[in-house]
Design a protein around this ligand. Structure first.
Ligand SMILES: Nc1ncnc2c1ncn2[C@@H]1O[C@H](COP(=O)(O)OP(=O)(O)OP(=O)(O)O)[C@@H](O)[C@H]1O
Ligand SMILES: [Mg+2]
Length: 288
């Protein structure tokens, strides 16, 4: 087990002395390898707060998180016994807002920052920067530019390249495709899926896009008002009866399958997860 939450609650201390309970009694386990998880839930449900506990950016107010064998609880910072920096290398977190992550004068320096911080040589870090800028769909000419003069989507890609360059064991992406055009979004999703497939790494993606959840995820976590209300497969999630109560959209494929089944009175037995698979299933039922 790479990450284990035990009865974790987290309170933000508000300005007006009111504490806000953002996570409530969370128990969840994440494996070191082989997982492809999407984390969903409406705005303000605690998704970002949850993943910030996975690399110890935040420490629980109650309960504990075990990260690669290190115990993190409310006393961790005060005691100073656990070194948090190595955790950030093992569990790479791409922030929801790239502005929080980019701060160097050039894109190249920004991407090289993580690897160099973790003891990689200048030469190897530069190689990584050149490789990762391409992996995220930009060319080398971006390396000499200032990260602050990029478009929102370009900033997002650079911030992802910076985390990929650290070659973390677990990769967590907080809404990595928001604000990207559909082609760019699909290309990046394929990049994350390839990392999972070829290197067998655990990848966790926060998203509001239910199509992504349905097509890619092996496992879905649903947050609602600070509580983890679902942990299971996308198929199980979207065949639940009361799913509307959670304010989640239904994936296009599920809507289409239901509409076609009703309209033509056919029974599509398997559960296709992509458009291509749905067309195949329909062809199998509708004989000319
Ligand atoms: N720094 C903060 N101080 C006080 N409250 C906060 C702080 N950050 C977040 N919160 C509150 O905690 C709750 C959970 O926030 P969080 O950012 O984890 O939600 P989220 O599910 O990631 O939402 P979104 O989909 O909009 O990104 C929200 O109600 C939010 O207002
Ligand atoms: Mg968020």
């Amino acid at each position: 087990m790479a990450i284990k939450f035990e009865r974790v609650s987290y309170q933000y201390q508000g300005h007006d002395e009111k504490a806000y309970l953002a996570l409530s009694d969370i128990n969840v386990n994440i494996e070191k390898t082989g997982e492809f998880i999407t984390l969903i839930g409406e705005t303000g449900s605690g998704k970002t707060t949850l993943v910030q506990h996975m690399n110890a950016l935040l420490q629980p107010s109650e309960g504990r998180v075990h990260i690669f064998g290190l115990k993190i609880d409310r006393n961790t910072k005060k005691e100073g016994k656990v070194k948090l920096n190595p955790i950030r290398k093992k569990v790479g977190l791409v922030f929801q807002f790239p502005e929080y992550q980019l701060f160097e004068e050039t894109v190249e320096k920004d991407i090289m920052f993580g690897p160099k911080n973790f003891g990689i040589s200048q030469k190897k870090a530069l190689e990584l920067a050149k490789r990762m800028i391409k992996v995220v769909g930009l060319d080398e000419s971006y390396l000499s530019r200032s990260p602050f003069n990029l478009s929102g989507g370009e900033k997002k890609r650079v911030s992802i390249a910076g985390i990929l360059a650290m070659e973390p064991d677990i990769l967590i992406l907080d809404e990595p495709t928001s604000g990207l055009d559909p082609i760019g979004r699909n290309a990046l999703l394929k990049v994350f899926y390839d990392i999972h497939k070829t290197l067998n790494k655990t990848v966790i993606i926060i998203t509001h896009d239910m199509n992504t959840v349905y097509e890619y995820a092996k496992r879905v976590l649903v947050m609602r008002e600070g509580v983890l209300v679902f942990d299971g497969s996308p198929l199980a999630l979207f065949s639940r009866k009361n799913i509307e109560n959670w304010n989640l959209d239904i994936p296009d494929i599920v809507k289409l399958k239901t509409a076609l089944s009703e309209k033509f009175n056919i029974n599509i037995e398997d559960s296709p997860r992509s458009r291509e698979a749905l067309f195949k299933s329909i062809k199998a039922v509708i004989k000319p």
